[in-house]
Design a binder for this molecule. Structure first.
Ligand SMILES: Cc1cc2nc3c(=O)[nH]c(=O)nc-3n(C[C@H](O)[C@H](O)[C@H](O)COP(=O)(O)OP(=O)(O)OC[C@H]3O[C@@H](n4cnc5c(N)ncnc54)[C@H](O)[C@@H]3O)c2cc1C
Length: 280
């Protein structure tokens, strides 16, 4: 059986590898001209790491990731502990696979390396999908028509393929956005942050955890906003004004530093992400 997978994100790469394992001949089509290091941290719960194990890639991903022993929820204003959940061995015992935190680029790189280059077509934007009783077809921006027995649309949360096939299905803006940043972990070691922390405040929360073998601290500062801008890569304005004044916890000061771009080093970008969901 021949398949075309549209989109070489995490989903498209995983689908390609799974289809190949099932004996399909797969062409993976991606509009980006090359794979670059984009994104920040991603959390992989056992349902995801179990799939990576099945694909034979769990060890390679785990070697780049961190495996938190617990998560601590604290109050934003005074740092009081709200609750604590054990992860680490306990999650692995209960769900049969680990809970990992990884840089999206590291996960993407491991998945990409497992797909034979001859199966990947970069710089190929899909502009249409159609089918008849015998086959499915993909039309590219260059006017090519690719044919297969099966087309898998893995073109992300703003999927055009979903719109072509099933009509309009607009995501609803939750009125939350997030500032995301990666900081060298050594530069903020003096803050004494928990290994994996979630700081809860009115209309905002702050999540941090380590990625890239613990070398980078991934921070996600989620807040409510009316301003809708959908992007994984938009840059935050440095020194943007604050809606209210910070309290005295390390998370608060870091939230504000991240927001103002002050914590950013030369190699650090602060990104603004508007999401349909809030999280980290
Ligand atoms: C640049 C980027 C950065 C991200 N950063 C983070 C992050 O830091 N933290 C986090 O938790 N999640 C992040 N995400 C989201 C996360 O990777 C996905 O939501 C999740 O992994 C689901 O993956 P997906 O494969 O469904 O979609 P995605 O990872 O969004 O991948 C979709 C792919 O389809 C391609 N594509 C779209 N339309 C077409 C088309 N017409 N023709 C050909 N190719 C097409 C896109 O270029 C993209 O490579 C990011 C996504 C992207 C694209």
């Amino acid at each position: 059986m021949e398949a075309i997978v549209v989109g070489a994100g995490i989903g498209g790469l995983a689908a390609t590898l799974s289809l190949r394992r099932a004996g399909c001949e797969v062409t993976l089509v991606e509009r980006a001209p090359r794979f670059t290091e984009i994104g920040t941290g991603i959390q992989l719960a056992p349902d995801a790491t179990r799939v990576l194990r099945r694909l034979g890639l769990l060890d390679a991903v785990a070697a780049q990731a961190t495996r938190p022993s617990h998560v601590e929820f604290r109050t934003w204003s005074d740092g009081r502990a709200i609750c604590r959940y054990v992860l680490g061995d306990e999650v692995e015992r209960e769900f049969g696979a680990p809970y990992l935190q990884v840089h999206r680029a590291d996960l993407h790189r491991v998945l990409t390396a497992a797909v034979p280059p001859r199966s990947v077509r970069l710089d190929t934007c899909v502009v249409g999908i159609d089918q008849d009783d015998g086959s499915a077809r993909v039309t590219t921006a260059a006017g090519e028509r690719l044919r297969a027995d099966l087309v898998v649309a893995a073109d992300g949360v703003r999927s055009a393929a979903r719109r072509w096939l099933f009509g309009t299905d607009e995501a609803v803006f939750s009125k939350t956005a997030a500032y995301r940043a990666l900081l060298p972990a050594g530069e903020v070691a003096d803050l004494g942050l928990p290994e994996y922390g979630v700081w809860l405040g009115p209309g905002r929360h702050f999540v941090h955890y380590r990625v890239r073998r613990g070398e980078l601290l991934n921070v996600v500062a989620v807040f409510t906003t009316e301003e809708a801008q959908e992007s994984w890569t938009a840059r935050a304005n440095r020194g943007s004004s604050c809606a209210s004044s910070p309290a005295g916890t390390p998370a608060c000061s870091m939230f504000w530093s991240v927001r103002a771009g002050c914590t950013a080093t030369a190699s650090t970008h602060v990104c603004r992400w508007r999401g349909g969901t809030s999280g980290g």
